[in-house]
Design a binder for this molecule. Structure first.
Ligand SMILES: Cc1cc2nc3c(=O)[nH]c(=O)nc-3n(C[C@H](O)[C@H](O)[C@H](O)COP(=O)(O)OP(=O)(O)OC[C@H]3O[C@@H](n4cnc5c(N)ncnc54)[C@H](O)[C@@H]3O)c2cc1C
Length: 646
């Protein structure tokens, strides 16, 4: 990735007609249609052109016929030529009504009016940054300086908070246990690691990137994006690297937190914080099940998030335990090098086809993102919309549904058919393999995965076996299964997930009246909007309980919602001189009751599967049951009557 991450307005066009035409060959036609409207200043400009069909995940051309696409490209070339020749000036911005019509046109369906504001904000069509929270009045610097914030974690969410606090002029320190930023994208360096939603959308809304080399960027490029973000905005100097927050204690007398740190050399320190923001992620503490005999293994064993790059795998007998998201990315890569690869599956995953999953972006595509006004913004909408709330109705439990064990409703059953067809097509004539890979629980019950044939391609390789007998124990030489079979191994990779339900663990967070958060929560965490916890004033969580997304969207969208909310709280505290802000218990409890009731109606609570969405009692704790739209609305601005303010 280069070091340019441009915003609107984009680079001026100086290229020849031929060069523009060549780049247009890579255009997403629905997105370029929208640019024509901006370039020409009117929807009339595209009135005679064919309209895209309904937007579908993984399809960027609106299902349009080749001759229709060619006509759009010709119109785009005319519009871009005129734009270049008049000195790259644009007519005035489209009205809100026109934007709504453009959205409808682009995704081939009526976008409900409620979504127009959310999507207009997400697209930042005016080139501004609508999620920025400004002061309502000029404030003396001293007020801000007296309000130090400690952010725990320098992953995507922590960096975002740092950026917003810097904008607001609030002093902050980020404490990060690792040697650099990036969190998830630093820690997961296993072969094949990549984002599994499109990265032209998995990036901050205010920091688009035209230079992604793939549609689903690999880990190094994602890490690079967050490293560059850190440096471009001078955030690094605010981060204490190689330092872990071990505890945080609320002091009732001062209304402040004392945040205890331990550096990598063992030395300790303490920070004073008016506000603590936890940005420790849900997936940052690797979990290896307590298999009997784990310590006896004489080969090499490690977790997928702690990849041992020093271990040679060429020709080796390798096991991958687990068939979740990481395994799906990892196994096709290991299958290329391992002598023998055994994949241990507890339950299979639902997945769907995406042709772009491993595809590289073309130079033409990057040129369009760099030069064509609003092309990147609308391209983001094209990726976001089909992966938005539209799927939610298919994940709602129909209590009358007659096949409740395999699906939750008729429409969910239809999804089951579609995904099953895909799996059948991939597996081909291998009834034994087919019986192992079709899940028996409803689609979307566990994390939905993407495939481009690489997973099943790997499973069908001669050197790869899918083992579905339960693991009984680990032995000195490998794995013994419940059926008595012995699997001799050199290396065991545990793609077994994270301690997702142990939020903020293993820190000791001690709130009012000496209450310890880990004791209050156990593995049953809850927080109002996933952000605030009664009895723990001035503490805010990002990617907290119940904020993982499993139906749509990206975690970045959710974090942007949460950070805006938190900045709203901080603004209130600083401007009003408040010392504490504590969510009312009844507000929290009411939210949790609604959260649980909503989950009872949704696929993720279905008893047919274990997943990292649930805790040991089967309650869904990690994942949101809400529409993106609802969560966006609720977090837009804090309702201060939800809080006890002092
Ligand atoms: C393999 C993988 C693939 C994923 N793919 C996607 C995807 O495609 N789309 C998507 O939306 N999401 C995806 N996710 C979820 C991903 O975690 C989020 O998108 C996002 O990276 C979360 O950012 P975060 O900053 O909240 O947490 P993290 O990235 O986990 O960062 C947390 C940071 O906190 C630090 N930290 C933790 N505890 C402490 C402590 N006590 N003291 C100091 N520092 C601490 C950690 O070292 C880490 O740097 C994926 C996750 C994984 C593991």
């Amino acid at each position: 990735m280069t070091d340019r991450i441009p915003q609107q307005p984009v680079d001026p066009i100086t290229e020849s007609d031929e060069q523009i035409a060549e780049a247009l060959a890579s255009a997403s036609i629905p997105a370029i249609l929208m640019s024509i409207v901006h370039l020409e200043g009117s929807l009339q400009a595209v009135a005679d052109l064919a309209r895209p069909g309904p937007a579908v995940l993984g399809e960027q051309q609106g299902g349009m016929a080749d001759e229709d696409k060619a006509r759009v490209r010709t119109a785009a070339l005319d519009a871009l030529r005129a734009y270049r020749d008049r000195g790259c000036t644009l007519p005035s911005s489209p009205s809100t009504e026109t934007i709504h019509e453009m959205m409808n046109l682009m995704v081939g369906e009526e976008v409900p009016v409620d979504y127009v504001a959310m999507m207009t904000e997400e697209l930042a069509l005016d080139g501004g940054d609508p999620r920025r929270v400004g002061w309502t009045r000029p404030l003396p610097d001293k007020l801000k300086q007296d309000f130090p914030v400690v952010i725990i974690g320098a992953g995507m969410s922590g960096l975002l908070t740092a950026y917003r606090l810097q904008e607001a002029g609030i002093p902050f320190t980020v404490v990060e246990k690792n040697a650099t930023v990036g969190g998830t994208w630093l820690e997961n360096s296993y072969p094949g690691c990549r984002v599994d939603i499109p990265n032209h959308f998995y990036c901050y809304s205010f920091e688009p990137n035209s230079e992604w080399t793939r549609y689903f960027a690999e880990r190094d490029e994602l890490l690079d994006y967050f490293e560059q973000f850190t440096d471009r905005h001078d955030l690094r100097e605010h981060v204490r690297f190689n330092t872990e927050v071990t505890r945080a204690v609320f002091d009732e007398d001062t209304g402040r937190w004392r945040v205890g740190l331990r550096r990598v050399d063992g030395s300790e320190d303490e920070l004073d914080a008016a506000v603590v923001v936890s940005a420790v992620g849900q997936l940052s503490r690797p979990r290896i099940p307590a298999f009997e005999g784990l310590d006896d293994f004489e080969g090499v064993g490690f977790h997928s998030a702690r990849w041992r790059h020093d271990v040679e795998l060429e020709g080796k007998r390798v096991a991958v335990v687990g068939t979740g998201a990481s395994s799906l990315q990892l196994v096709p890569e290991l299958a290329k090098v391992a002598g023998k690869l055994e994949v241990f599956q507890r339950s299979p995953c639902w997945m769907t086809w995406n042709a772009d999953y491993h595809r590289e972006t073309s130079e033409g595509k990057k040129w369009l993102l760099r030069h064509v006004p609003f092309y990147g913004r609308w391209y983001r909408f094209l990726l976001f919309w089909p992966g938005s709330d539209g799927l939610m109705p298919m994940l709602v439990v129909d209590p009358e549904w007659e096949h409740p064990e395999r699906s939750v409703s008729e429409s969910n059953d239809m999804l089951r058919e579609v995904f099953t067809e895909y799996i059948r097509g991939q597996v081909g004539e291998d009834p034994e393999l087919l019986a192992k890979v079709i899940p028996d629980y409803p689609p979307f019950g566990k994390r939905m995965l993407q495939d481009n044939g690489s997973w099943f391609g790997a499973l069908k390789q001669d050197n790869v076996d899918l083992v579905t007998d339960g693991i009984k124990r680990v032995t000195a030489t490998g794995i013994e299964c419940e059926d008595g079979s012995q699997h001799e191994l050199d290396v065991i990779v545990f793609a077994t997930g994270f301690h997702a339900n142990r939020f903020l663990w293993p820190m000791d967070i001690i709130g009012r009246d000496g209450v310890e958060l880990s004791e209050a929560w156990g593995d049953d965490p809850s927080a109002y909007l996933g952000i605030t916890v009664p009895g723990f004033p001035n503490m805010f969580c990002l990617y907290g309980p119940g904020t993982n997304l499993a139906h749509a969207g990206s975690i970045i969208f959710h974090s942007e919602c949460q950070v805006r909310y938190i900045m709203g709280c901080i603004r209130e505290m600083v401007e009003k001189g408040l010392s504490t802000m504590d969510v009312r218990r009844e507000v929290h409890d009411d939210y949790v009751a609604r959260f649980d009731a909503e989950h009872e109606r949704k696929v993720w609570a279905h008893p047919g599967m274990n997943s990292w969405y649930k805790n040991s009692r089967g309650r869904v704790t990690t994942t949101s049951p809400w529409l993106l739209l609802d969560y966006w609305r609720w977090t837009m601005q804090p309702d201060f009557s939800d809080y006890e303010l002092r």
